[in-house]
Design a protein around this ligand. Structure first.
Ligand SMILES: Nc1ncnc2c1ncn2[C@@H]1O[C@H](COP(=O)(O)OP(=O)(O)OP(=O)(O)O)[C@@H](O)[C@H]1O
Ligand SMILES: [Mg+2]
Length: 455
């Protein structure tokens, strides 16, 4: 479900996030406010609007408490161009790796794809018609609606246009009735989706496009002939025709405005590029990444293949556990550009129980549905989920605190036998009770060394 994020009130945004994330109200609230502020800003007169910069946010919290999850959910309900990046993926300009400006280019590509798919809705009908004509051309190579030279004899004997078009109509009818779906035809496929992208890591996408462009033109054009059934040919041709009909220039213009005004960039693992006192070589390069990020967050112009993008009003949300480093270890200029700090709280066993049972796609629901495909009915009693949650909290304190991720490891172990034997359990009901949980888990939980490895 896509909603125009900027149309939502802060309360509505929080309510949407509540469906998936338990607790963390402060974080949800500040994200909601930041988004709303942008909408407010857009309603102001131009002169004032330019002055107002986004209130960027840093989310601070231990591992596994929902930082990335908030970003993920936000992006799902987002009508705005959104990208999540990892700070550690970037390297200082001049070093091998991705430079930070690529995040803007990537965001812009996302925006363009988004706008294109909206615009293509409007040209669907025309594209479908064109596709049909092309399919008929493929099915009846000699028979065009115009007169064409006869292929067999090689001379200029002309095929009677009347006879040709009646055959064409017959085929058109069969095509419409779906009688030709399996017939194989030869189509030209543009080989844009180049699979070996990783080979070029180190260069950025823009350069890569150039390289590929040169390469493929060297080998004689991007098109590749492929034999496929009509059903597949239709998909390929339809996509191509839609692409042709959508005005790329207009799409990139709309996209650029949307990215500049509504784009959101979530920078995960920001703490990993924050250096502590006493620098080593690696720290210096981390600081370099921060220095590179700074102008983008402050607002600069980044050139992309869709034109120049002004980053001044893009909203940045950074997140990190900040176990070793602190936000104050970030370079001061960058700290100033993230005025809002929110701390996420540790999750309690009550939170765990809610995560297990109440969220939209909770873990228990997932397992129930998975086993349903094997015709096994899985039932969790409420006490059982309570026991599981208590065990998760306990293991988190006795070994390492990995937050809600602990629930995944515990559930996996708990249901290992059922999962394994499911095909033989067809038609049965498995009730997960506190006793069942005890039986499966107690020995491991009691033994700290064991749980360190298994849970
Ligand atoms: N508050 C929460 N409500 C619901 N699910 C949660 C919550 N916190 C974490 N989870 C679940 O736990 C898993 C890990 O959470 P997430 O990826 O958000 O951790 P994180 O805070 O980003 O940790 P890290 O610092 O390690 O990146 C996800 O599968 C998520 O669904
Ligand atoms: Mg994370």
């Amino acid at each position: 479900m896509k909603i125009d994020l900027d149309q939502l009130t802060p309360k509505q945004i929080v309510r949407e996030l509540d469906k998936y994330i338990i607790g963390q109200n402060k974080a949800k609230k500040s994200v909601a406010i930041a988004l709303r502020n942008r909408m407010r800003r857009r309603m102001l007169p131009e002169s004032l609007r330019e002055e107002i910069t986004p209130k960027n946010i840093i989310m601070i919290g231990p591992t596994g408490v929902g930082k990335t999850e908030i970003a993920r959910r936000l992006s799902r309900l987002c009508g705005a161009p959104f990208i999540k990046v990892e700070a550690t993926k970037y390297t200082e300009v001049g070093y091998v790796g991705r430079d930070v400006e690529s995040m803007i280019r990537d965001l812009m590509s996302i925006g363009v794809t988004m706008v294109k798919s909206e615009l293509s809705e409007g040209v669907k009908e025309e594209a479908a018609q064109r596709t049909e004509e092309i399919l008929l051309d493929l099915l009846l190579p000699g028979v065009k609606s115009k007169t064409v030279p006869s292929a067999e004899t090689g001379d200029q004997a002309l095929v009677q246009s009347g006879a040709g078009s009646s055959t064409r109509d017959k085929f058109r009818k069969m095509l419409k009735e779906g009688k030709l779906e399996d017939k194989v035809v030869e189509v030209n496929v543009s080989s844009n989706s180049f699979p070996a992208i990783e080979i070029f890591s180190g260069t950025n996408f823009e350069e890569m496009d150039l390289n590929l462009g040169n390469l493929s033109s060297m080998f004689g054009g991007k098109k590749k002939k492929k034999r496929v059934p009509i059903s597949r040919a239709r998909e390929i041709l339809m996509a191509e025709e839609m692409n042709k009909l959508v005005d790329t220039e207009r799409a990139s213009e709309i996209a650029r405005e949307r990215v500049e005004e509504m784009g959101i960039i979530f920078i995960d693992e920001i703490d990993k590029v924050a250096a502590k006192e006493g620098r080593s070589g690696a720290d210096i390069s981390r600081e370099g990444v921060q220095r590179d990020i700074l102008p983008i967050v402050e607002g600069s112009k980044v050139s992309t293949k869709y034109g120049i993008v002004d980053t001044s009003h893009i909203l940045f949300i950074a997140a990190g556990a900040f176990h070793i480093s602190k936000p104050s270890d970030l370079i001061p200029e960058l700290q100033g550009r993230f005025p809002l700090r929110v701390e996420l709280e540790d999750l309690t066993s009550e939170d765990f129980q809610k995560i297990l049972t109440q969220t939209e796609n909770s873990l228990t629901k997932q397992y129930v549905e998975l086993l349903k495909t094997e015709e096994v009915t899985l039932v969790f009693t409420e006490e059982a989920t309570k026991t599981i949650s208590e065990i998760a909290a306990e293991v988190n304190t006795t070994t390492e605190n990995i937050g809600a991720r602990r629930l995944h490891t515990i559930m996996e172990l708990l249901l290992e036998d059922v999962s394994f034997n499911a095909p033989d359990l067809k038609g049965q009901e498995i009730r997960v009770t506190p006793e069942y949980v005890e039986e499966k888990l107690s020995t491991i939980v009691r033994d700290q060394d064991l749980s360190r490895y298994i849970l």
